[in-house]
Design a protein around this ligand. Structure first.
Ligand code: G4P
Length: 531
């Protein structure tokens, strides 16, 4: 038991959220460097492939089977066992990116210091706040000219609605970047770019009390500015309160340069101290304790095998409690079946390893002959946990989809349904008519190409897609209380239903949902749909 407890308590499972190009890959790579997983910077693949054109992506996906978009990285550092969940963010941004956040206990938010909060970060942040998970901010690229530090903090607070507490403070940026002032130790850490590719960079620290030494190191002008800013900061910023951090109401903010490997280890160390180990999760009305209870897990992502010869899929599950031992019997709660998991694997960037044991906080990939759905629970045969389902997230791109050959209607419908069940796309229909008209919604446009490719290669169905102008979607949360057909809409609104026959509204303009709410008293609209 003690072993289980200590193994679970030393685990940290998190996702990195950011806008493309903010530096997520570079930061991950530096983490791996500290974890001893890689020896030199520049060896993490995946980023380059993610930036490839769509057709290339298909090739890569085919050649590598499932590995490109499905990795969770595990490594050891400072006595902790760290699981980083990959949140695909370039072209392969999809609903899976959101779902992955359901498996994380905390999130690291990477922001480009010259740009502030960007669109994709905002979307991912919303999912984190829905779960109230702690968020740690790393403001990156300080070796380039950055926005004013107070403006950056203001931007986070206003745009994301979370309080900020700088743990350290940058001294200049770009060519004038001199380092950071660490508030807790009252020390200046000098910037140097010599640590770039190394693990053991030499940190020069000077006590901030020794003002002569600081002046000499960073120059008179930077010293004056720092003094002014820290005085302002002490008066203006929120006090550090770990309780609020844990609730996701306050984000500790760090500054650095992932590329130059500056400020990364300081961030990693503080993060590991503050971030929670696997937290209890709700099953029905009760919380499941990760240490006291036996093995349990939930499926957060299903990845279809792109290899035509293998129709099987891989279900990714996050262990929520206890320990998994190779060969143990588990219950798939939704079907009631008792089974042994088929070759549970841990996926590391390029390689796979069959797991002998795993603990709460860890991620496993399991071959799925088609029995799992996203959100399903697994537990010991004697237990009956049922974790809260994973919400359906709002798609942002819509297309009307038709099969070219009308004789292939059955295959078309079957293929669309199966791909939708895997969670790669969402399918909608006109509210009044049946299956004749199919509207597909996706979170990232690449999913349209995946759909076309898979229908063609796996179901032998060629399709035509006509893009629709809708970008905003709202589920009607109280359909029993309103007369759906009589909703007073806007001219850009379309009423449809999803695969579970739930009514929802599509809009072209971002302001329309609000107008519809004003026109229909009592109507409740939701951006996520709780399953
Ligand atoms: P992402 O995963 O969030 O999309 O970002 P990624 O790490 O790929 O970084 C995007 C670009 O920003 C890369 O440059 C990377 O080298 C650069 N970058 C990341 N962190 C820093 C930093 O701290 N300072 C500076 N100056 N640049 C940084 P690229 O030219 O697009 O790619 P590459 O050719 O360098 O590989």
């Amino acid at each position: 038991m003690d072993n289980i407890q200590s193994q679970i308590e030393r685990r940290r499972t998190f996702a990195i959220i950011s806008h493309p190009d903010a530096g997520k890959t570079t930061l991950t790579e530096k983490f791996l460097l500290y974890g001893g997983v890689i020896n030199t910077a520049g060896s993490v693949k995946g980023k380059a492939t993610a930036k490839h054109a769509v057709s290339d992506w298909m090739e890569i996906e085919k050649q590598r089977g499932i590995s490109v978009t499905s990795s969770a990285l595990q490594f050891e550092y400072d006595g902790c066992c760290i699981n980083i969940l990959d949140t695909p963010g370039h072209q392969d941004f999809s609903e899976d990116t959101y779902r992955t956040l359901m498996a994380a206990d905390s999130a690291v938010m990477v922001i480009d210091g010259s740009k502030g909060v960007e669109a994709q970060t905002k979307k991912l942040f919303k999912v984190c706040t829905m779960r109230h998970i702690p968020i740690f901010t790393f403001i990156n690229k300080m070796d380039r000219d950055a926005m004013d530090t107070f403006d950056l903090l203001d931007d986070i607070e206003k745009n994301l609605g979370i309080d900020t507490c700088p743990v350290n403070w940058p001294i200049g940026s770009g060519k004038n970047f001199k380092g950071i002032f660490e508030r807790s130790s009252n020390e200046i850490v000098r910037y140097s770019d010599t640590q770039k590719g190394t693990r053991e960079g030499v940190e020069t620290r000077i006590s901030a009390d020794d003002s002569d030494a600081v002046r000499e190191e960073i120059g008179e002008q930077a010293f004056e500015k720092l003094t002014e800013e820290t005085e302002l900061l002490d008066g203006a910023s929120a006090d550090f309160d770990l309780e609020l951090v844990r609730k996701g109401e306050l984000t500790p903010v760090f500054f650095g340069s992932a590329l130059q490997n500056f400020g990364v280890e300081i961030f990693l160390k503080s993060f590991l101290e503050m971030a929670p180990s696997p937290t209890p999760r709700m099953s029905g009305d009760s919380l499941v304790d990760p240490v006291k209870e036996g093995f349990s897990a939930f499926v957060f992502k299903i990845q279809a095998n792109m290899n035509k010869a293998h129709r099987d899929r891989i279900a990714f599950m996050r262990i929520c409690s206890g320990r998994y031992d190779a060969g143990m019997e588990v219950k798939h709660v939704q079907s009631g079946r008792i089974q042994r998991l088929s070759q549970p694997q841990q996926l590391m960037a390029e390689s796979r390893k069959i797991l002998d044991e795993a603990y709460a906080g860890d991620i496993m990939g399991v071959f799925d002959p088609g029995i799992y759905s996203i959100g399903d629970t697994l537990c010991l045969p004697k237990d009956n946990f049922r974790y809260e389902g994973i919400p359906t997230f709002a798609p942002e791109h819509f297309a009307r989809v038709r099969q070219v050959d009308t004789m292939k209607r059955d295959q078309f419908v079957k293929g669309i349904r199966q791909i939708a069940q895997e969670g790669a796309i969402q399918v909608f229909q006109e509210y009044n008519t049946g299956m004749e008209e199919i509207i597909v919604g996706v979170v990232g446009v690449l999913q349209f190409d995946v759909l076309k490719f898979r229908l063609d290669s796996e179901y032998n169905v060629e399709i035509r897609m006509d893009m629709l102008p809708y970008e905003h979607i709202r589920w009607i949360a109280n359909q029993e209380e309103v007369n759906v057909r009589n909703i007073v809409g806007t001219t850009d609104m379309k009423l449809v239903k999803d695969m579970k026959d739930r009514p929802l509204l599509l809009f072209v303009n971002p302001w329309s949902p609000q107008m519809v709410l004003e026109r229909n008293k009592g109507l409740v609209l939701e951006e996520f749909s709780r399953n």
